[in-house]
Each structure stands twice: as C-alpha cells, then as structure tokens.
Design a protein around this ligand. Sequence first.
Ligand code: PLP
Length: 437
Amino acid sequence: MRDDAPGASGELLELDRRHVWHPYAPMPGRTPPLLVESASGVRLRLAEPAFGKRELVDGMASWWSALHGYNHPVLNAAARDQLERMSHVMFGGLTHEPAVRLAARLVEITPAPLEHVFLADSGSVSVEVAIKMCLQYWRSVGRPAKRRLLTWRGGYHGDTWHPMSVCDPDGGMHRLWSGALPRQVFADAPPAGFDADPEPAYARSLRELIARHAPELAAVVVEPVVQNAGGMRFHSPGYLRVLREACDEHGVLLVFDEIATGFGRTGGVLFAADHAGVAPDVMCVGKALTGGYLSMAAALCTSRVADGISRGEFPVLAHGPTFMANPLAAAVANASVDLLLAQDWAAEVKRIETGLVSGLAPAAELPGVRDVRVLGAIGVVQLDHPVDMAAATAAAVSEGVWLRPFGDLVYTMPPYVTDDADLALICRAACAAARAG
Ligand SMILES: *Cc1c(COP(=O)(O)O)cnc(C)c1O
C-alpha cells in the first residue's frame, strides 16, 4: 500500500515484519502496516505517503478510544503534569489522588448501585476481574457450584482466557479454542434492531435458559445494546430488562461489558445500560476511559457483590496487577472524563449520528451491501460477503481516511471532535471501501 518506503521507514517496516506481532496477524507479517509518525486532532500523519496521502482522517478513533482526537492540549497537560509528580507507584499499600478521584468519578457517572471500583490495566483484564468477582461472590456465600457463565452469541469480551470463553463460540478466532476454553451457556444472538420491539419468543427463551441453568450460573455477561467486534449488531434495550428480571428471579449476577459502548458512544446516554434504565451488578469500562492515551479499564461492582466477597472464607478480591491504577493513565482519564462532561457531548454524538445517517445512505444502494445501520457515533456497512480487507482499506486510504474493515463489515466510530467536512469524507471513504471490498 505504501507508495515507497525509503531509508529509515523501509528499515523500520522490515524490522516490524520480521519481529513484531500485530493484532490477529501472522508472523512474519504479510500485509505491511502503515507507519504513523504523529497524530493530531482527527488526523494520523504517515511517515511515507500511501496512495498519495500523507495524512489520514481516523475513522476508527483507535478502536473506540480516541474520543477527543489526538495530541489534545488538555490531555497532554494532564499527562505532563502527572509525569512530573510520578508516572507510577505500586497500588498495594499505597494510593494516590488520580486513582481515588477517578474511582469516585466513575461511581458518580455509572448506574447508581455500582459503588466499588477495580482499576485494571486493560479491557480484557477488567472482564477477567468482573468474572472473578462473580465467581468469588458465589463461593463466598456458600454456592461454589455457581461458576458457569451465560451469554448470547455474537459477543466479544476480549482475548484473554475467560473473556474468550464468552465471545461468540463460532465467530472470529475463538473457534480455534473450542475444547480448551471453559464451556459456557449460550443463548441465540439477540434479534437485531435498536428500535425494534423485543420479541416475546426470544425474551422467553432467555428467561428459560437462565432458569434452567441457574444452579450452575454465576453470572450473565453481555455487551449492552451494541455487540461490537462480534459483528457490530444493535439490539433492543428491552432485552437488558429481561436479563435483569430473570437474573434477579433466579439468583444470577448480571455483568455489562461497556468497554466499547461507554462514554456516550451509543448516543443520548453515557452508558448503554441507561437506554434500558437497568443497572448491572458488575460493569466494565475501558477503551475511551483515557481518551485513547493510555491503557486502563475498570470493573465496578455493587456493595452486595463486594460485601459477599468480603464475608467469605478468603475475604479479599484476589487480583492485583503490577500496573494497577497507574497514576499517569488515571490522571489522563480524569482529564478525559472532565473534558467530555464539560461539553454538550450528547449534541456532538447526535451531530455525528446525523452525519453518518446521511453520509452512509448511498452505501445502501451498492451491490453486495446487505445493511447500513447507525447508532450514536457508530456507523456500519454490512456486506453480503466477507470483505476483501486489503482492497477495502486501500480504497479508504485513497480517499484519505483510515478504516479497518473486518469480517463482512466496513464500519466507523469517529472521534467526537470530527467536524462535518471530515465526517462526510469518512462516509465517502466507507462507501468506497464497501464498493471495493
Ligand atoms: C475491546 C473490548 C474488550 C477488550 O479490551 P482490551 O483493552 O482490548 O483488552 C472487551 N470487551 C469489549 C466489549 C471490547 O470492545
């Protein structure tokens, strides 16, 4: 895809190909990545032009995370300021203001009964911690047989072991591990459509499955409203109410993985749970937490869960990553959350939604396109065949936009600071990618 890669760039790319793993990639690498030199606002600056473009508008927000764009003066200042105090100290026996303030802030902005916060170093780890909280809760209250999980198909919860066990069992890479992963209970994927009325038959099947497996179930784990990496599917918030009721009725904990959906991405509400007016027992946030600057995630739980764990024979939550609650990440997260809440973020997301709806509409007319859907600042073009990733990416880059299609999907979740002209460009590139892919 590079026009050429002379000198230092060529050397870096050759070293990259030989030594460096990329996500879901072979070794040595087959498709040369683009070398990014810097990033500012919504633009990535490449070391060498690709298809004549030296700058690309980032339609991916670095996988849902860069809400405020790159090299943001406020986030830079927060990082710099914290760097001069300390970039890290261990969290065992020590604490610090950035972590305490962040935890209190998260408790304040998430659904009310969530009271206690575990600051983890990545989304997958926060899901591990959420699962550990649930299993340990049941152990502590004398129900150790409750250690399986229930989820619906089409989900994605990360690439470490237990999160992988609740990812879609057939999709993606996780099929490779069937037989090795813990065997969880799977419901069918929720019927599609954010605005669709919940289907009574599906709701009944969810209730029945939870009732049937309740004696062995620790928790139901789902992504609320948007299943992201499992297929970018939207569903009715009504199913979250069904899950809440069935979990309460049958004594099962409910975990919402809001790592992708959090911080306003789905439009109108800060967290997707708020579309349903439902609170989970445990909730994970990550990705946009630090505005895309540093790796940090959190698992929040209710007092009931924490008290249960604390009453157990082993009354501590046995988890403590080395870089837990990293002060630098926490300081940037505080600045990012402040920045988000200080603006009319709902209006910005609405503006992006409107731009995506009109900008992606032409894609619906293209041959090979099955569906075009938009929710909040998420736009999806679904093809009726697997996307030719190289061709689709090249088409987007030729338009001056960075997109990363996968499966049968060309999709975008731009930074909220993307202006209308750049948004229109992203949509044109997504249409071009869908045509080429
Ligand atoms: C990205 C993602 C994860 C994993 O987070 P990492 O930080 O990549 O480990 C888990 N759940 C959901 C819903 C995600 O989108």
